[in-house]
Design a protein around this ligand. Structure first.
Ligand code: NAD
Length: 267
């Protein structure tokens, strides 16, 4: 089914590259109108808009820093004005500021928490206000709204040298589950996707040389690095009514990375 999300309005944060870009395009291909949020680089965002418009749906690029409350409020308000409402939020924007623990600065810690965790909190809160205002529109979806938090396998797998990032994703998991519990009675579905290793700019050094890729593949039972489209497909499914009974779940899309591959030989 190619029009699973026909007529729905989706907001994807951090959608000018990587997973967010593929997800915005995937939602558009599935029939949704899409707001492509970006924080810098208007041109890349406009290219995504152009590609989505090719599916005969509406798309627009909105600049906003998801860690800034006033900008998130303004972005959501603008989407309601220009698109009518919000049905789907993919809270995807995220970044890394890696450092060994004792040299990690407070600025590195704070930046990652601000974008990866507070950013998702702000976007989810503003989208939820709109979901509650509008309620369920049965012709559009069985839910009043769907939120998909982009987490990571590092909500589960500790990651040395990345304590800020791992802490932010651990926070995303409990935030997502708490929101799911709080909002399910209002017919709002909150779920998360936990990608494994996906080929995007955020982790280029992990896959862009044959040696690096070989090391990485040791961690992936399925034997290939993931593509952004692998995550986009999961997001389209989770956002659709096919998954209407999926509430508060993390969907790991990781080629088996969370299956403790070190134990594959039985030890
Ligand atoms: P990416 O760097 O291509 O995408 C992140 C996007 O977020 C960028 O477009 C960036 O501009 C945007 N962004 C950063 N700060 C922002 C802000 N303050 N406001 C708005 N946008 C902002 O990398 P990606 O791999 O596509 O990452 C997308 C999400 O997937 C992130 O949350 C990341 O943690 C998660 N993730 C990625 C992988 C992977 O292997 N690539 C694995 C697990 C989780």
């Amino acid at each position: 089914p190619t029009q699973l999300l026909k007529g729905q309005k989706a907001l994807v944060t951090g959608a000018s590259s990587g997973i967010g870009k593929a997800t915005a395009i995937g939602l558009g291909r599935a029939g949704a109108d899409v707001v492509v949020n970006y924080v810098a680089g208007r041109e890349a965002a406009e290219q995504v808009v152009e590609e989505i418009s090719g599916f005969g749906v509406r798309a627009a690029a909105y600049e906003a820093d998801v860690s800034q409350e006033d900008q998130v409020v303004a972005m959501t308000r603008r989407m309601v004005e220009e698109f009518g409402t919000v049905d789907i939020l993919v809270a995807n924007a995220g970044l890394q500021r890696d450092a060994p623990f004792t040299t990690m600065t407070t600025a590195q810690w704070q930046k990652v928490l601000d974008v990866n965790l507070t950013g998702q909190f702000l976007c989810a809160r503003e989208a939820t206000k709109e979901f509650l205002r509008r309620g369920v529109v049965p012709e559009v979806s069985r839910a009043a709204g769907k939120i998909i938090c982009m987490s990571s396998v590092h909500q589960l797998i500790p990651w040395a040298g990345h304590v800020n990032y791992a802490a932010s994703k651990g926070g995303v998991q409990m935030m997502m589950e708490t929101l799911a519990q709080e909002l399910a009675p209002r017919r709002i579905r909150v779920n998360a996707i936990a990608p494994g290793a996906i080929r995007t700019p955020i982790n280029r050094s992990a896959w862009d040389t044959p040696d690096a890729e070989e090391d990485l593949l040791r961690l992936i039972p399925y034997g290939r690095v993931g593509d952004p489209e692998d995550i986009a497909h999961a997001a389209v499914g989770l956002a659709s009514d096919l998954m209407d009974y999926v509430v508060g779940t993390t969907l790991y899309v990781d080629g088996g990375m969370t299956l403790f591959p070190g134990f594959a030989t039985g030890g």
